[in-house]
Design a protein around this ligand. Sequence first.
Ligand SMILES: C[S@@+](CC[C@H](N)C(=O)[O-])C[C@H]1O[C@@H](n2cnc3c(N)ncnc32)[C@H](O)[C@@H]1O
Length: 344
Amino acid sequence: MTPTLTALPAPPDRNTILIGDAASHLATVEEASVDMALTSPPYFRLRDYGHHAQLGLEADVDEWVAALLAVARHIARTLVPTGTLWLNLGDTYATHPSQGARVKSLLLAPERLALALTGDGWILRNKIVWAKPNPVPTSVRDRLTCSYELVFILSRQPRYHFDLDAIRQPHRSHPPLSHQRPGRQRATREAWRGPNAATHHGLDALKARGYVGHPLGKNPGDVWHFAPSRGHDRHHAAFPLALAQRAIEAGCPEARCQACRRPWTRPVIRQLGHRAIRQSLRPTCQCHAPPEPGLVLDPFLGSGTTAVAAERLRRDWLGVELNPDFAAAAAQRLQQSRDEGAAA
Ligand SMILES: C[S@@+](CC[C@H](N)C(=O)[O-])C[C@H]1O[C@@H](n2cnc3c(N)ncnc32)[C@H](O)[C@@H]1O
């Protein structure tokens, strides 16, 4: 019998919004083609996005974890080996014991998902606290207002693309005198360090030479202060554009090799006195192929924040959104952002 040949669907073009279910669309995305996934999936039972196939309204928190784990497996397949997943998540309180905890207990939904992801081969590199200076007020009287969400950074392998220099911040402090005599300082510090404590050899050396820290600025740390987004059109669960921009600057290469997809980087820092200069982009491979922009994927695109941030940073993007009304509004927002960019 002659086998039936079914043509595989062509992989989606860059810079498009795919309307429909995240897992189904991700199955059509080419393997090892995405540099970074940045997304905020529906949180457990916090919102109704008005679609029968939506994620987030599962009966219990473990079902929610399983649904997102399935999406994460597609993401893992589509990421280049040096790619990362940036996952913004919020928690909620159980309103029925069947949801996974006693009534009124925090469900620890983000932590449950993070544990499941590490059990599924992901490396959890950061748990960023996104602190909100003006959180939504609540009328509760027996607990504190929750004023943060989490952003997990996960990688597939120990070495991955991460452009820390692109997101460094100005130093605020001056080097204490004791740091100019490194021997004394190090002796007391080492005595207190446990076997898993972080080392600061690089920073100690810089401080010993009279620098307050890295000449390009300090590591922004894992507590990020951003005011929540005011929402866009009918979408009220958007993350801040500035948060998305910081994540993309660090996580998605500005360019990559068109042939092997290895990131291009700005590796060399020339120090002139206390100054440092990032050099121009160069390949990290021997292909001699031209570069193309890095690619950011958001499988839960919502109001399109990831796409707007990516375009402002000259990266390409690919988004999936289940609700066609949200997808249309995101496309409109993108056009507005392009028009503003052209007028500036
Ligand atoms: C938290 S919002 C994303 C907000 C987005 N980060 C922004 O800044 O606008 C989650 C989105 O996922 C969408 N969604 C829910 N279930 C989905 C599914 N199965 N596939 C794709 N999108 C889905 C919802 O419609 C909603 O817009």
